[in-house]
Design a protein around this ligand. Sequence first.
Ligand code: ADP
Ligand code: ASP
Ligand code: MG
Length: 437
Amino acid sequence: MKFGGTSVGKPERMHQVAKLITRDDEKKIVVLSALSGTTNALVSIGDALAAGDRNLAKQNIDKLEAHYQQFISELITKPELLQKAKAVVAEHFEFLNIILKISFSDALSKDILAQGELLSTKLFCIYLEEAGIDHAYLPALEFMTIDGNDEPQLGTIKIKLAQTLKSYKDKKLFVTQGYICKNARGEVDNLKRGGSDYTASLVAAAANASVCEIWTDIDGMHNNDPRIVKKTVPVEQLSFEEAAELAYFGAKILHPTCIWPAQQEKVPVKLLNTMQPEAAGTTIEQNAGSTGVKAIAAKDGIIAINIKSTRMLLAYGFLRKTFEVFEKYRTSIDMITTSEVAVSVTIDNNSFLKQILKELEPFGTITVQDNQTIVSVVGNEIAETKNVLAKLFEALSPIPVSMVSYGGSKHNVSILVPSEFKTQTLQLLNKGLFGLE
Ligand code: ADP
Ligand code: ASP
Ligand code: MG
């Protein structure tokens, strides 16, 4: 059971989480995120230090500490346990204050980011102690690791988790941190923003769990982005493939790559609402449940690169050479379309854009469009569903679509639009494909 930032962001929410995890006495591992707002605050502390502004960093640290002091005073009642909680808060803020004094590095910024999940889990365990709920605290840094390519290896995590669990044979309830891990150099690292979902899926797969429940602040995956479109509805069932595409293409409710571990070990994933525990939510499993369009997601910050070359005409090897440039700079391509004399690709990482463009130059005329958004329409057997493509393009008639991609998978039609048209695109599709306004 994984609980996100909002689900643990207030003392009364943590009390509610304790109730949810003790509704039955099945053996379970509870994965917690940092309290909502904490990771953002830690990011800004790191940014201030990176910019050499120690005063600002100090101000942010003190503000965050005050928030935690208030939080524990409402979380815990028993004086001796409140004392224990105060000591935990003091320990972690002392650490931040020490970092303030030493020279800043990328590795230290990861240490800063890890404080959120360490605090939330330790404080939650003190509350469980107060409530008389038997449990064990599992330090995620003992078993969550990433390899030299910053990828988690399920096999390694499985072995390490089993070792850690061995020490607690008599326990039924375990609490651990989401998001944080150790990298191949043995340093504290993380699974990128939103990574607690990834921890949950990895842990569920590694522990051979019967289910991976992701508890958040909404009743499941909705058919469209509820932050942008007014009327959205939850989707009852998704296949692993559908959910993976929605997550990868921007549905914030799930970390972009969190589905594969659960899918690999066939552990069903449930998306549930902490604030409304009886709501059905979304079940993600092998089977899609139904065909047709399920949901739409959008991914911002996309750059489109078009390479036009008359030499591509009838030339083999052209695409290979093009893709090798992206491979060299470890930049993955999301969308591809080709014509007789041109190829367009999209990337979401501009770290090596300059170098990539320089190396592509000899291949032909290169044009770059930035500030693009990929809008993905996801659903099982999408194009075989009557009129879907017709409805999609009819709905999009006012939008200057820059690229269209279909056929790579049977559950996804992706279009690229300039980001200023994202909201309108999502709204038009909500009406055109779901009849919702
Ligand atoms: P948590 O802190 O629990 O991990 P997140 O904020 O990461 O929660 O994810 C939940 C949020 O995702 C929702 O509050 C909602 O605003 C947003 N969201 C974006 N797209 C979708 C979608 N298609 N369905 C449901 N929620 C979505
Ligand atoms: N606390 C981390 C974040 O805000 C991880 C997570 O919440 O999933 O990104
Ligand atoms: Mg999240």
